[in-house]
Each structure stands twice: as structure tokens, then as C-alpha cells.
Design a protein around this ligand. Structure first.
Ligand code: PEP
Length: 231
């Protein structure tokens, strides 16, 4: 599974241009492909992805269905525009927007209630890795974020120090963390952190890597296509 996380990039015209280019290049791909776009582009992207295998994803949601929550977007709303996937607990949301594990747990439950597959992001900071806290941090995130959840949740292992930095985790680091996650929960585990067309081939050889969550390199349809092709 190869998932694009566009973050807060593109105006409307560019988003549709890149989305439709991804669709035409990858509609017959062997790998499952998803594009997680800003909320305002979802409806038109869902039209563009019609009759293809490309899945439509959001990058966040709020856990209530409706109410006085100015500025928020719910799973019910996402479902109504054709969203099938949602990223939850990205490190940027944890760090910049103060999302805690309790909130992430509620968001995952709300996505599941509306039949949207959550992709839960977990990962350690550089100082946590240097202090040998990686497994404790990840176990703690998984235990709290998945509390009382039995349904399918995809996990993305994203070491914070590898996101947008050009520093990819090495094969051994990825293998052992994915193994640890799979012991905790039997599900697909994606790797995220500076994946590009050059390193995707090597990374995809790691035995327990089920796909990638791709930030920067997903902004270019050709680069994203090459990543999917190399998987
Ligand atoms: C991400 O933000 O999910 C990510 C993996 O970003 P990048 O590929 O740019 O490191």
C-alpha cells in the first residue's frame, strides 16, 4: 500500500492536476494506492478517482459527528464526500496541534464508526531514539491510541527525525520496529520518512514493510508513480 500525504500543499487547480495525473499513471497499479489530500479538495478528487482503484483519504478528522466545533471536520462529513481512509495522529498534529493519545483514540473510533480506515502514525523523536526509548514510546502510543479497538487499523511507523529530513531510517531500525508493531497488532505496517523514488526499491525489500506513507515525494505525480512502481 502506497499512501500520499500532501499535507498543506497546493491550490485547487494544482491539487486536481496532480491527483488526476496520479490516477492516470496508477489506476492499474498492483499496490493499493491512496491519496490523503486537504479537506477542501476531497469532493472533486473523489470525482477524479471514480472508476479507479485509487483510494481517497483525509489527513485528520474530529471525533464528534456534528456540533458546535468551529472549524472542525467529522468522519461523517468525510464519508459523505467519498473518503475511505484517514491519517490519524501524524507527528505534526501531535507536536503542532497538541493532539494527545486520548484524542487520537477517539478519532480512530469515530473513523471506524463511519467505515473509514484509519492510518495511525507512531514514531519516536531523535532524542527518544538516542535515549533508547524507541520501543517504550511506540508501545505506549499503540496501547493508548488503540485502547478498546478491535477493528482494522493500519499503522505507519514514522520516526519523527526521518520526516522531511532526507534521513531515512536504516533497514535494521525499520525491521525491528515493524516487527515490534506486528507483535502488538496483526496488521499492515507502512514506513514513512523521506521515502523517495531512489530509496523505495531498497526499503521495499525489508521483509515486514507493507508499504509507504509518502510526504514530500507525493507532491510530484511522476515521483510518486516511481515509488509505487519500485514497491
Ligand atoms: C509524512 O509526513 O508523513 C512523511 C513521511 O513525510 P516525508 O515523506 O516528506 O518525510
Amino acid at each position: 500500500m502506497i499512501v500520499a500525504n500532501w499535507k498543506m500543499h497546493f491550490d485547487y487547480k494544482k491539487a486536481l492536476e496532480v491527483g488526476c495525473a496520479i490516477k492516470s499513471k496508477l489506476s492499474d497499479a498492483k499496490a493499493e494506492i491512496a491519496v490523503c489530500a486537504p479537506f477542501v479538495y476531497l469532493k472533486d478528487l473523489s470525482e477524479c478517482f471514480k472508476n479507479s482503484n485509487i483510494k481517497l483519504g483525509a489527513q485528520n478528522l474530529y471525533f464528534e459527528d456534528e456540533g458546535a466545533y468551529t472549524g472542525e471536520v467529522s468522519a461523517m462529513m468525510l464519508k459523505s464526500v467519498g473518503c475511505q481512509i484517514v491519517i490519524v495522529g501524524h507527528s505534526e498534529r501531535r507536536q503542532l496541534f497538541g493532539e494527545d493519545d486520548n484524542m487520537i483514540n477517539k478519532k480512530i473510533k469515530s473513523a471506524i464508526k463511519h467505515n473509514i480506515t484509519p492510518i495511525l502514525c507512531v514514531g519516536e523523536s531523535l532524542s527518544q531514539r538516542q535515549n533508547n526509548e524507541t520501543f517504550t514510546i511506540i508501545e505506549n502510543q499503540l496501547a493508548k491510541d488503540l485502547l478498546d479497538i478491535k477493528e482494522t487499523v493500519i499503522i505507519a511507523y514514522e520516526p519523527i527525525w526521518a520526516i522531511g529530513s532526507g534521513k531515512v531510517a536504516n533497514s535494521e531500525q525499520i525491521f525491528e520496529v515493524h516487527e515490534f508493531i506486528k507483535k502488538f497488532i496483526d496488521t499492515k505496517v507502512l514506513y514513512g520518512g523521506s521515502v523517495n523514488a531512489q530509496n523505495a526499491g531498497e526499503l521495499s525489500k525489508i521483509q515486514n514493510v507493507d508499504g509507504f506513507l509518502v510526504g514530500g515525494a507525493s507532491l510530484d505525480a511522476q515521483k510518486f508513480y516511481e515509488i509505487a512502481l519500485n514497491f
